[in-house]
Design a binder for this molecule. Structure first.
Ligand code: SAM
Length: 284
């Protein structure tokens, strides 16, 4: 007979309890067991929604034997719901071994989708989210953090990080330092999403570092950072050319066209021939 037991991966609110879906509550009530990252924390959530299902602990430090115990329960026919402290399990949260193990045993694994800080931040950032890279938490030590950031210098997709209040100021400082060659690169800082003191900041990497230091409240709470991707080389050259045209136009009021073009090209890194051709087109 086919095993009907299922493993449900259930998203829970990231701050606002009203974001809990009715389907999530129904599944949590129906399963035989809830595997939770922190049972004490989740007990309060379960009480709020009237869920009486037994809770068992499942976290990053769960041993292989503890994961196996849950897999054995699934094989024996008990359905399990996996939850984390907040948001979607496995997104910078425990659960990978359990999900991979269940799949390997041919057990059906079903998502009960809902909140995730990553998607919530991206969706309101105003930064392109057609392509993004999720980097989770940056390293705790500055030297390693900068190294990781340097490796992202040419990433054209938007990059999303999670950050804690203890490190937000240091991380934004390192981001500003590493991306100082492209100070116009923007970053979105989402603080306390869906909570009472939710706030958002969108600006250049340099402005963000200043923003977090401007008020101690800005460094409180939980954070998601969305860093704009690097421009394609063609785009950068096009931008330099447009800047160069503006400068050359002004210089040409005082200097010869040839001299104005040479100086503007030197100042912006634009190609001299392309700039000269554009300026000639304008003066026709
Ligand atoms: N699995 C969760 C999810 O789907 O978003 C993320 C878990 S991860 C251990 C916790 C981190 O997520 C926090 O340190 C913070 O960076 C981010 N986060 C969680 N809730 C948040 C919120 N309400 N506002 C901003 N960031 C949040």
């Amino acid at each position: 007979m086919q095993n009907e037991a299922k493993l449900f991966v259930v998203a829970t609110p990231i701050g606002n309890l009203e974001d809990m879906s009715p389907r999530a509550v129904a599944v949590l009530k129906e399963v035989e067991l809830i595997a939770a990252e922190d049972t004490r924390h989740s007990k309060r959530l379960m009480q709020h929604f009237g869920v009486a299902t037994p809770l068992t602990s499942h976290h990053d430090f769960s041993s292989a034997a503890e994961v196996q115990r849950l897999l054995d329960a699934l094989v024996a026919g008990s359905s399990i719901a996996l939850i984390s402290d907040a948001g979607t399990p496995l997104i910078a949260d425990p659960g990978y071994q359990l999900v991979a193990g269940a799949r390997a045993l041919g057990i059906e694994v079903l998502p009960i989708p809902g909140p995730s800080a990553l998607v919530a931040a991206l969706s309101v950032s105003g930064i392109a989210c057609d392509r993004f890279r999720f980097e989770g938490f940056l390293p705790a030590k500055s030297a390693q953090r900068r190294k990781r950031l340097e490796a992202l210098a040419h990433e054209q997709a938007s990059v999303v990080f999670y950050e804690s209040p203890h490190r937000i100021a240091a991380s934004l400082g390192d981001i500003a330092a590493v991306f100082s060659a492209t100070p116009e690169r923007r970053i979105f800082v989402a603080r306390e999403l869906t909570k009472k003191f939710e706030s958002h900041f969108l600006g250049s990497v340099v402005e963000a570092a200043a923003w977090v230091g401007a008020d101690e409240n800005n460094a409180r709470g939980e954070f998601v950072l969305v860093l704009e991707g690097a421009k394609e080389e063609g785009d950068e050259q096009q931008d330099a050319l447009l800047r160069a045209v503006e400068i050359a136009r002004k210089l040409a009021q005082e200097l010869s066209m040839k001299r104005a073009v040479a100086l503007a090209a030197e100042l912006t890194g634009a190609r001299k021939n392309a700039l000269y051709a554009l300026m000639l087109e304008e003066s026709d």
